[in-house]
Design a protein around this ligand. Structure first.
Ligand code: KIV
Ligand code: ZN
Length: 502
């Protein structure tokens, strides 16, 4: 395949993805996701919008410092202070890109920016020239491009390319365009922008009408060679085009697209789990590629077909995306060696003391739960190996509750070698338990969201609790797992406290 048929994957999980309401992540979490994106071999990681906040600036700076295998990109409006901030945050990047954007549709120019087309054109060109003096790799996005007057769009693209833009991105900012229309737009750009072959055409589609992936793929068919997307399709409002769907569609249908990506697809499910964990957004079971049911066959006819010949009902192999099955693997008689080996197969590498903690926890789980599946092992590791300090630890809890009585929960927590206990009552055991933890830690939390999901099937399954909580003015997402759902709830809440204190 010729090099020009490579499609660049521009991942914006850490920027547009983080704009999803309630998805904010801290710097350590973003860096961990960036490492996984680097392992996935994403070409460009948009790490944030540096001018927008100190947190965003630090995230871009940290990612730029540590990630050397992908180009690191910072977003900037078409104004000098934004470009300066992006340039400063990207200083330590091995490969860097500044992404400058400016709205070009009539609606945005008139109502949002209150400028006429000539003023917009000048701002765009001036900002690209300014950025080009600092960084070689410049992307320009005419925001709301799909609703922009075509002739104006062609003109602005021609001028920004002359000014030094090396990538021109065509955002369907409000997810309004339909596949036929959007692919036609890409063709028109190729036919009407005289210097278009000096830049890469990129696409950036939102999913308001559910066609972000379809739009991106038709655009590739018509010549786009960069796709902007996010893991699990998270993003502003209904989200962005989903990275895993784009990558696997290109890989599964080379007969249509004739294009490859550099993505190491076996890392896809791991990236999906991590993004779901840190944003607190569960992946729908029927979500293409990464959903819990994406490779599960329920109907007898399908199971029979699969057993005879996989390709009867399977168009991709689960192993190609790192999909973890639920085959029985370990039990209470499994030793440390078997445990370590299984983690290795799952692509999990731990330091010695992390392995000790995880193994200890595995033994306790295996005592209560007969069959320990791969998904249980992943949950155990994620629960035990934290990116934050464990200031508080749960020692034990006891609950009394019933349909006709108020719940009472006593908790014993440990911090710096000392134990503290408290009993509280409340409207249900979770409420009582959280009140008791509040009074021990002296940190009051406001519970914003609470969800429980079983990790695998069966009555003895591990339950995973995900909470979103506001403490000390900050919102955090935290998780806890246990075969006892109240214990999982308590662990999630204590993890939230620890995160806040770290
Ligand atoms: O949706 C959009 O238009 C954007 C731009 C900043 C590219 O996110
Ligand atoms: Zn966007």
């Amino acid at each position: 395949m010729k090099n020009k048929d490579r499609v660049l994957i521009f991942d914006t999980t850490l920027r547009d993805g983080e704009q999803a309401p309630g998805a904010s992540m801290n710097v350590a979490e973003k860096l961990e996701i960036a490492y996984v994106l680097e392992q996935l071999k994403v070409d460009i990681i948009e790490a944030g919008f540096p001018v927008i906040s100190e947190g965003d600036f630090n995230s871009v700076k940290t990612v730029a410092k540590h990630i050397k295998g992908s180009t690191i990109c910072g977003l900037a409006r078409s104004i000098k202070k934004d470009i300066d901030a992006a340039h400063e945050a990207l200083k330590q990047a091995k490969k860097k890109r500044v992404h400058v954007f400016l709205a070009t549709s009539k609606i945005h120019m008139q109502h949002k920016l209150k400028k006429n087309p000539d003023e917009i054109l000048k701002m765009a060109v001036d900002s690209v020239k300014y950025a080009k003096k600092k960084v070689d790799d410049i992307e320009f996005s005419p925001e709301d491009a799909s609703r922009t007057d075509r002739d104006f769009l062609f003109r602005i693209l021609e001028e920004v390319i002359k000014a030094g833009a090396t990538t021109v991105n065509i955002p369907d900012t409000v997810g309004y365009s339909m596949p036929l229309e959007y692919s036609g737009l890409i063709t028109d750009i190729r036919n009407n922008v005289p210097n278009i072959n000096k830049a890469v055409i990129s696409v950036h589609c939102h999913d308001d009408l559910g066609v972000a992936v379809a739009n991106s793929l038709t655009a590739v068919h018509n010549g786009a060679r960069q796709v902007e997307c996010t893991v699990n399709g998270i993003g502003e409002r209904a989200g962005n085009a989903s990275m895993e769907e784009i990558v696997m569609a290109l890989r599964t249908r080379p007969d249509i697209y004739g294009c490859t990506t550099r993505i190491k697809t076996e890392e896809i499910c791991r990236a999906s789990r991590l993004v779901s964990k840190y944003t607190g957004f569960a992946v729908a079971p029927n979500k293409a590629i990464v959903g819990h049911n994406a490779f599960r066959h329920e109907a007898g006819i399908h199971q029979d077909g699969i057993l005879k010949e996989r390709s009867t009902y399977e168009i991709m192999s689960p192993a190609d995306v790192g999909f973890v099955g639920t085959g029985l693997v370990l039990g209470k008689h499994s030793g440390r060696h078997a445990f370590k080996d299984r983690l290795k197969i799952l692509g999990i590498q731990l330091k010695k003391e992390e392995l000790d903690r995880a193994f200890d926890r595995f033994k306790r789980v295996a005592d209560k739960k007969k069959n320990v599946f791969d998904e249980d092992l992943i949950a155990i590791v994620e629960d035990e190996v934290k990116t934050f300090k464990k200031t508080w630890d749960l020692i034990s809890l006891e609950a009394h509750s019933g349909t006709e009585r108020e719940a009472n929960v006593s908790v014993i927590l440990k911090s710096k070698g000392k134990q503290y206990s408290k009993i509280s009552s409340g409207d249900g055991p979770v409420n009582a338990c959280y009140k008791a933890i509040d009074s021990v830690t002296k940190i009051k939390g406001e519970l914003l969201d609470y969800a429980i999901q079983s990790v695998t099937r069966g009555k003895d399954a591990l339950g995973e609790v995900t909470i979103k909580v506001k403490m000390k003015g900050k919102k955090v997402v935290a998780h806890g797992t246990s075969t006892d759902i109240l214990e999982a709830s308590a662990k999630a809440y204590i993890n939230a406290v620890n995160k806040i204190l770290t």
